[in-house]
Design a protein around this ligand. Sequence first.
Ligand code: SF4
Length: 160
Amino acid sequence: MHHWDDDIDEAPTAASAREETRALQELRAIYRQADAAYTPFSCPASGECCQLSKTKRQPWLWYPEWLLLARNHPLPPPREDGGCPYLDAAGKRCTVYAERPFGCRTFFCERIRGPARQPADTVSALLIRLERVSQRILPSLTGPRPILEWHAEASTQEQP
Ligand code: SF4
């Protein structure tokens, strides 16, 4: 089993700012390709899949995915309803939509509309690339982490 605490030695600062910026550029390219693969599909955008405690599922992020959010958006407080902290106040819309994680781009519930088959091969290939990008800047992270774990850790670090 993977224990995050085991990996703390190699802090995110292990990569230079330049390497991180390059990783984020690659991440955006991966996101663009994921979006392109899902262009033929549509969903009702109800925000229900972002109610993480209700669905008991959450997106799992590699480090560059979290870095993109952490660099470009203020850390939101946790939501009392257990929803993703990046939901808007009404709990309907993602406030970081353009930079939402890979799992949020590729997850659809049974109400998805579009071709019969989802682009599973493309998603797998992009995930391999994503892992490689992450391991370049944080080699100690051997698996993605749930968004609420990243968020809770960052919230603790922000406390005075
Ligand atoms: S990041 Fe956005 S799309 Fe992903 S779970 Fe949170 S609110 Fe939903």
